[in-house]
Ligand binder design. Structure first.
Ligand code: C2E
Ligand code: CA
Ligand code: CA
Length: 411
């Protein structure tokens, strides 16, 4: 068996009636059913559905009463699809998709004129009838979120040309001597009406719309160009690096390797002065796709950091097969090393693992001296966090460094 519930019906058995609440949809596994609209003398046949057809999905999705009566014509076997299951899937869907689905359902209901079920007025909009969980407030939230997503997706395509994107730079510090070892470039969008928009909101959007390739190219060009000035602030004779973040779609195909090598060589920057950061989730989800590009990149001398380490809930095999030079321990663990045994354990394990595999380590999200001292004592290589420096515009970096260098000595 496949775990799905089945219903067996004899000829002329009623499966559901117009006006019933729809807690499930059905797929016909064997047999056939008729779809009837209207009541009593007005009842009329509108369709006959056979093997493989689905029905009952509209009431299941919009929680309004069934619009038709369905009756088995012969011996019929149905598979039930429960509302809970469908709702779990929908909850994970994009808010735009959820909103569009609701609009479509509302229009579908309205296209029956007097509304679906006998005795009901015209459907006035999805979610207005139904239980509290699908109340008006949720509809409004979903609509607002969908409208924001749609308008941000539209505006983002102009953001590059309108010069609304900016890179902020967050310093990365060498623990052993508290010296500057480089920066992580973090993207900012100055939206003309909505103000500063977080990359957590617009990067996923850029990934979905395909704009990430142009955005990524812009980040690469701007970061390498700014590095020509910023590298001069790092200690002379030390290996310093600019780090940029890469998204999953940027790693498909060979394009990224060419883009990076030509951007570096065009500016005369040695490859080892660039580090790319990839989140653990990207790596795990598309290991075959990324391994080729990463192998080629590493061969050029570019550093590769595994970002958000510990958040991917996966085995660790890929750490051996992919050419990482650095592990960045996620701030959610770093910030809890004193309050959660589990976080402390994950941080210790990451540091040991990196040491064993010859990789450096960055602890991100350090917000106080106590945690900085602990991580230094545990042997972490680099520190990043508000305690040392927040992400800032390029123009603010020199003043930050002067202040940092005049601050209390050892970490
Ligand atoms: P991430 O790569 O994990 O970057 C670190 C995030 O932690 C940054 O958030 C940074 O501002 C924040 N952070 C650093 N130190 C501290 C601290 O001490 N405390 C706290 N609470 N937060 C700290 P941000 O700048 O909002 O970036 C969010 C995410 O957006 C980044 O996470 C990265 O995944 C993505 N992102 C940013 N810029 C780019 C980019 O140019 N390209 C791509 N593909 N993704 C980017
Ligand atoms: Ca990062
Ligand atoms: Ca991170």
């Amino acid at each position: 068996m496949d775990g799905l519930t089945r219903e067996i019906l004899a000829p002329l058995d009623i499966i559901c009636r117009a006006g019933d609440s729809g807690v499930c949809a059905y797929v016909i596994e064997e047999g056939c059913v008729e779809v009837l609209r209207g009541e009593g003398a007005d009842q009329r046949l509108v369709a006959v559905l056979t093997e493989g057809a689905m029905f009952g999905e509209v009431a299941l999705l919009d929680r309004q009463p069934r619009t038709a009566t369905i009756r088995a014509l012969v011996h019929t076997k149905l598979v039930r699809i429960e509302r809970d299951h469908v709702e779990q899937l929908l909850l994970r869907a994009d808010p735009v998709i959820q909103h569009l689905l609701r609009l479509l359902l509302a229009r579908f209901r309205n296209s029956f004129g007097a509304g679906g079920a006998p005795g009901q007025g015209p459907a006035q909009g999805v979610g207005q009838v139904g239980d509290a969980a699908y109340g008006e407030q949720q509809d409004r939230d979903l609509q607002a979120s969908a409208v924001r997503t749609l308008s941000l997706a539209r505006d983002l395509s102009h953001a590059l040309d309108a010069d609304q994107l900016e890179l902020f730079y967050q310093p990365i510090i060498t623990f052993s001597d508290r010296s500057l070892s480089g920066f992580e470039a973090l993207l900012r969008w100055h939206h003309p009406k909505l103000g500063l928009i977080s990359p957590m909101e617009f990067i996923p959007l850029a990934e979905k719309t395909g704009l990430i390739h142009r955005v990524g190219q812009w980040v690469l060009e701007r970061a390498t160009s700014d590095w020509l000035a910023l590298r001069g602030l790092c200690p002379v004779g030390r290996a310093c690096q600019m780090s940029i973040n890469l998204s999953a779609p940027e790693l498909g195909g060979d394009h990224i390797v060419d883009a990076i090598t030509s951007s570096l060589s065009g500016r005369g920057i040695p490859a080892h002065e660039l580090r790319v950061e990839l989140t653990e989730t990207i790596v795990i989800r598309s290991i075959d796709e990324v391994s080729r590009a990463l192998g080629q990149l590493r061969a050029t001398g570019v550093g590769i950091a595994l970002d958000d380490f510990g958040t991917g809930y996966a085995g660790l095999d890929y750490l051996q097969t992919l050419p990482f030079s650095c592990i960045k321990i996620d701030k959610s663990f770093v910030q809890q090393i004193n309050t959660s045994e589990r976080s402390l354990h994950i941080v210790k394990t990451a540091l040991e693992l990196a040491r064993g595999l010859g990789m450096t380590t960055v602890a991100e999200g350090i917000e106080d001296q106590v945690i900085a001292d602990q991580l230094k004592a545990m042997g972490c290589t680099y520190a990043q966090g508000y305690h040392f420096g927040r992400p800032m515009p390029k123009s603010a970096v020199a003043a930050w460094l002067a202040h940092f260098n005049s601050g209390p000595g050892a970490v």
